[in-house]
Write a protein that binds this ligand. Structure first.
Ligand code: SF4
Length: 472
């Protein structure tokens, strides 16, 4: 039997066999969701985003203009390259679609895992990542940008989350050994806190959040989804034909839930619920909570349910009532009501020179802050899918599926028509690689020049995002 594939969030970001990965980790395929996305972004339409967890609920929130957000992070351990640009564009796209945006600069992780000094973390965090994000269109309204080391709320939540995981689990997920430092072991909890903190009271309360990332980050998403559920005494699970309520503390009966809620209802008739409880609901659920808790109680008594030893099952149409009731229960019992985050996964670009992209081989990648003429030169030297001779290429056509230049344009050229022409000229043998690369290198130079100009403008806008420029 072949070995199971492994995803290493601190590795080199490469995957050989995407279908096998989808199967091995239960990642859902993205293309069936595409028709439901009103204005799909480039990476969705071109199949670069290939997988997800729970993204259908985010599409529904976008469609219904319900509350949702996007969160992702960047480890400032060197120059940001085109892979980071993909995540940045996905954040900006979700913000344009109506979501709030949270961006974590993972300086604690860079310091713990890569040994980057705090000064360099600060410098690279701003100059390599935040400037490019602003240049790519991040808007200050509904955006939160922070460094992990400066965010006490995230650090405190990480500590609480860390109480819910043990070494055996970390070892199984990440392959930690006796050599792994404690600071490194803490990183998954800090990342989970980055992802869940936007749902804290005062940060918008519980709502759907999507985390767009390279698929190597899926272990973090799986762990965070599990941890989100571990923070509450009662958990609601959505299945195709039923909604299930489970208790983390062992068996709980429906009667116990109803008794508890009657006590809460009696209490809030006399005095309004504590502010932190009100804040821990999204707008829609606050309305449910404020306006009709007694009605909800009547409703829950009438709902058909099936009680089992460890859980209670309800019909799916009752999901709204059940979520509201369980939410009230959890919050009064010291829980958080976190909704499990959705994951959105893209493929990685291969290296320009063939094989893997590597930060130690400058020719294999393009950094967002490098001079446009250097990026142009790298494209001119890139590996192509051309045939051995001119005659063969004219007769058989080139192979764009094996060509790093085509892949580069597929990921980063906005113009669908020009990309289609590139493909057709290639496979029809009507354009040779030399001319094609020259054209693509010019396009890449244009993309980089525009980005460079916008980065310069962004320097004067850091304070709109509450970010201080590093000392030069
Ligand atoms: S013609 Fe262009 S797309 Fe086709 S293999 Fe050559 S460089 Fe790649």
């Amino acid at each position: 039997m072949p070995d199971s594939p492994r995803l290493d969030p601190w590795g080199r970001g490469q995957v050989e066999d995407y279908p096998r990965l989808v199967e091995a980790f239960g990642i859902e395929s993205f293309p069936p969701l595409l028709p439901g996305v009103a204005k799909p972004m480039r990476y969705m339409a071109r199949g670069v985003i290939f997988g997800h967890r729970d993204y259908a609920r985010v599409i529904e929130a976008m469609r219904a203009r319900g509350p949702f957000g996007v969160i992702s992070g960047f480890m400032p351990s060197g120059r940001a390259h085109l892979g980071a640009k993909m995540v940045m564009e996905e954040i900006v796209w979700h913000q344009r679609m109506g979501g709030d945006a949270t961006v974590a600069i993972a300086d604690m992780e860079a310091h713990a895992v890569r040994g980057v000094s705090w000064e360099k973390c600060r410098e690279w965090g701003v100059s390599e990542y935040i400037l490019s994000l602003i240049a790519l269109g991040l808007k200050p309204k509904n955006a939160r940008v922070y460094f992990q080391s400066e965010n006490r709320q995230v650090q405190d939540l990480a500590f609480e989350l860390a109480k819910e995981a043990n070494y055996s689990e970390m070892k199984a997920i990440y392959g930690f050994t006796g050599e792994t430092t404690l600071a490194h072991m803490l990183c998954p909890a800090v990342q989970a806190a980055d992802i869940l903190a936007p749902q804290l009271p005062g940060n918008g309360g519980p709502r759907l959040l999507v985390v767009p990332v390279g698929v190597d980050q899926d272990p973090h998403i799986r762990l965070t989804r599990d941890m989100a559920a571990r923070m509450d005494p009662l958990i609601v699970e959505h299945h195709q034909k039923k909604v299930v309520v489970r208790s983390r503390k062992g068996r709980i009966s429906l009667k116990e839930i109803i008794d508890f809620l009657e006590a809460v209802a009696e209490k809030i008739e006399k005095e309004p619920p504590p502010v932190e409880i009100q804040q821990s609901f999204s707008d829609q659920r606050i309305e449910t909570f404020r306006g009709s808790i007694l009605e909800q109680l009547d409703a829950i008594k009438k709902i058909r349910f099936t009680a089992h030893e460890q859980h209670i099952e309800f019909q799916p149409r009752t999901a709204g009532v059940i979520e509201a009731i369980v939410g009230v229960y959890n919050r009064y019992e010291g829980g958080y009501n976190f909704l499990p985050p959705a994951g959105l996964y893209h493929r990685f670009m291969s290296g320009l020179t063939g094989g893997k992209m590597s930060s130690s081989v400058p020719e294999s990648h393009i950094a967002l802050s490098e001079p446009p003429k250097d990026a142009e030169a790298k494209v001119l030297k890139a590996r192509t899918g051309g045939r051995a001779t001119e005659e063969e290429q004219r007769r058989l056509g080139g192979e764009p599926g094996k060509c790093a230049v085509y892949e580069l344009m597929q990921f980063h050229l906005d113009d669908d028509k020009a990309l289609g022409e590139m493909h057709d000229l290639c496979v029809g043998g009507r354009r040779l690689c030399g001319a094609c690369k020259k054209w693509a290198a010019g396009e890449m130079r244009g993309i980089m020049e525009e980005h460079r100009e916008k980065r310069e403008e962004a320097r004067g806008r850091l304070d709109e995002f509450g970010v201080k420029a590093p000392r030069s």
